[in-house]
Design a binder for this molecule. Structure first.
Ligand code: F6R
Length: 348
């Protein structure tokens, strides 16, 4: 397998990343005696800022936190803060490199508004700013048992660090990270085997463009992750959409170009046991898939495994990460480097 940066080996280490993320968040709180937890206790809202692979942590906190974080959570994937950010805001700045412009600008602005700031990074300017300003700085360890070559490959450590921090400050109570460790370790073993279900999906996608569909909440986070991983690891287009919203608009768009879309798209539906309730989503998905079968090359269904919402979200993420790496292999591309992002960053 062509994999110059070792993305595959890092994925095999996902459960160790969860353990490491828990430790670094706890350590940071112990070490940072000056951190004013009092402000956090008075927080009225949470903003999670970050871009790309790091930005996914905001989506994760919002989806998993929906079950028991009582404060409103705003996901920020830009440099501009919403007007409500104030001294009553807990601002989580997540940047693996610590050097992403949008996140740094937003963090500076949050500081000017008097928000309580916590950063998660391996270093860079975000760590420097945190040190200078006395923010709580949770430092990602880029060398767990397997080195983390790229921000998106550090997802599990960043996720575990963020959730552990929120638990330690009593904002997130039902933390199921402990259960996720053995589950993910087992799933990684299964999916790494030859001809695993993830490999088969990558193969069956053939040359088509996957449209990943999932229900709002944890499914939609996994769908976004899979789309991003196919883009970045497999260097191919992929799109995602969220249901039931897509049943009110996107579904109509499959109406008249069937001859074209049938050559181009595959539909991949991610399901979990933690989907919006009180509406017959099962039936709606069944009917919509029937309607779309005619106008896409193939329809696939992936069902999450695991006993908690967090386990199922991690389960879908691990599954999707394997699919994207197998797809990269089948296409003969190197999954690690992302020259297009590098070029854009260097030209602005
Ligand atoms: C690279 C990746 C990117 C970065 C993004 C922000 O692996 O996934 O999407 O995450 O460019 O960079 P960081 O995470 O360093 O703030």
């Amino acid at each position: 397998m062509l994999d110059s940066l070792g993305m595959f080996t890092t994925l095999l280490d996902s459960s160790n990343q969860i353990k490491a993320g828990k430790e670094i968040a706890k350590d940071a709180l112990v070490k940072h005696k000056k951190f004013d937890v009092g402000n956090i206790e008075n927080a009225e809202n949470i903003v999670v800022a970050g871009m790309g692979g790091s930005g996914l942590i905001g989506d994760l906190i919002s989806a998993v936190g929906a079950f028991d974080i009582e404060l409103p959570i705003h996901i920020l994937k830009s440099s501009s803060l919403p007007a409500f950010v104030s001294q009553k805001t807990l601002f989580l700045a997540v940047s693996f490199s610590g050097n992403t412009a949008e996140t740094l600008i937003a963090t500076e602005e949050a500081k000017n508004r008097g928000a309580s700031i916590v950063s998660i990074s391996t270093g860079g300017r975000l760590k420097e700013l945190s040190k200078n300003q006395g923010f709580l700085s949770i430092e990602i360890n880029p060398e767990v048992s397997s080195p983390i070559p790229m921000p998106r490959a550090g997802f599990f450590q960043m996720a575990a660090a963020a959730l552990t921090f929120l638990t330690e400050v009593n904002l997130y109570k039902n933390n199921h990270l402990e259960k996720a460790v053995p589950h993910i370790s087992k799933r990684v073993e299964e999916l790494a085997t030859e001809r695993s279900s993830a490999y088969n999906l990558a193969k069956d996608l053939g040359g088509t463009i996957p449209l990943i569909s999932a229900a709002s909440g944890i499914g939609a986070v996994a769908a976004r992750r899979l789309k991003n991983q196919i883009n970045e690891n497999s260097k191919t287009p992929a799109f995602f959409s969220e249901v039931p919203e897509a049943f009110h608009n996107e579904l109509v768009g499959w109406g008249v170009q069937g001859d074209v879309t049938r050559q181009v798209f595959s539909l991949v539906t991610l399901r979990s046991d933690f989907e919006p309730s009180g509406f017959n989503l099962d039936k709606a998905i069944e009917v919509a898939t029937e309607m779309q079968e005619e106008v896409v090359s193939n329809c696939f269904k992936v069902s999450a495994e695991g006993s908690t919402a967090l386990c199922q979200l991690f389960d879908l993420v691990v599954f999707g990460d394997f699919v994207s790496l197998y797809l990269a292999d089948l296409l003969g591309v190197d999954p690690g480097p992302i020259p297009a992002v590098d070029e854009l960053k260097s030209r602005i």
